[in-house]
Design a protein around this ligand. Structure first.
Ligand code: NDP
Length: 288
């Protein structure tokens, strides 16, 4: 049993230096006068086992998990939230009654950002996800849990998209979840009926373009989103073409809001967290 109060929080990853999460959580603790401290914890894969073995007896209340550990941590966790079970990955951990509990707030963070910042409700809509990696898993689960009608998944490796769609079709039998090949003519066929585009590949982080995207087929009412939070050529093109857009900063904010509420059982000071996140991003971009 831990003899000292749990006041430590943080984010584990490799690399982790780029993370903006400390800025938003520290600002929230300050606003609510909570005696917590949030730091970056650089952990290599081989260091996970020892880190987790010391947790219950430590001062940690919890932490976030980022690339590349979101799946690797599953081996060390005692209990999972329904979302974490569905997604098969964890981005938030809480040490609760001496148990290590895993959550996944990424996908719901994306949905909250759509709702609160764009007044966009996913129920009954049709979405296209570009990418079939870890982030796409969380997005599919959250869209399905929030009543989406149809999801198309388009990925460079078609087999990966197919296997993802097969897995989630079994979990959500009433929702059409279909893989499509990443070719201009296939995309052109489906785009007119799409209400929401979600760019979830890592393309754009270093200014890379999204290939073969037939913009002229997209309905003018479609909301175009990118989960990368720094500026990307994909969102720049969408803006140029006068589509409504949303970048990944909202997803980052609301996954953090949900994690904060899991750890503290208090309502997160969203505006304070948003301001801190924006400032941290501007600072980061000014250094690049
Ligand atoms: P993964 O490594 O799990 O997946 C990467 C995806 O990008 C795969 O679909 C991969 O396709 C695709 N991809 C990579 N390189 C290329 C390329 N050259 N051409 C075409 N497709 C490519 O990463 P994640 O899913 O975890 O993360 C994806 C992005 O989302 C990252 O940029 C990350 O920063 C961002 N993200 C943002 C969050 C937020 O809060 N805003 C939260 C989580 C992630 P293939 O399968 O063919 O390799």
């Amino acid at each position: 049993m831990s003899l000292t109060p749990r006041h430590l929080l943080g984010i584990i990853g490799d690399p982790v230096e780029h993370s903006l999460s400390p800025a938003m959580h520290q600002a929230a603790f300050k606003k609510l006068e909570l005696p917590f401290s949030y730091s970056k914890i650089h952990l290599k894969n081989k260091e996970l086992k020892i880190f987790f073995s010391t947790l219950v007896a430590s001062n940690y209340l919890g932490f976030n998990v980022t690339i590349p550990h979101k799946e690797a941590v599953l081996d060390y966790i005692d209990e999972f939230s329904d979302e974490a079970k569905l997604v098969g990955a964890v981005n938030t951990v809480k040490i609760s009654e001496n148990k290590i509990v895993g959550y996944n707030t990424d996908g719901q963070g994306y949905i909250e950002a759509l709702k609160r910042e764009k007044r966009f409700v996913v129920k009954g809509k049709k979405a296209l996800i570009l990418g079939a990696g870890g982030a796409a898993r969380g997005l599919i689960a959250a869209l399905a849990l929030n009543g989406i009608k149809e999801i198309k998944v388009c990925n460079r490796s078609f087999e990966r998209a197919q296997s993802l769609c097969k897995e989630f079709s079994k979990k959500f039998v009433k929702i059409k979840i279909v893989a499509i090949e990443w070719q201009k003519n296939y995309l052109a066929k489906i785009l007119p009926k799409i209400d929401l585009v979600i760019q979830s590949t890592s393309l754009g982080l270093k200014g890379e373009e999204i290939p073969h995207f037939p913009w002229d087929k997209l309905s003018s009412k479609c909301l175009v989103t990118d989960i990368i939070y720094s500026p990307t050529p994909f969102l720049a093109e969408a803006k140029k073409r006068k589509f409504k857009t949303q970048n990944g900063l909202g997803m980052l904010l609301y996954q953090g809001v949900l994690a904060f509420e899991i750890w503290t059982d208090k309502k997160a000071p969203i505006l304070v967290m948003k301001k801190a996140l924006k400032e941290a991003l501007l600072h980061k971009l000014s250094k690049n």
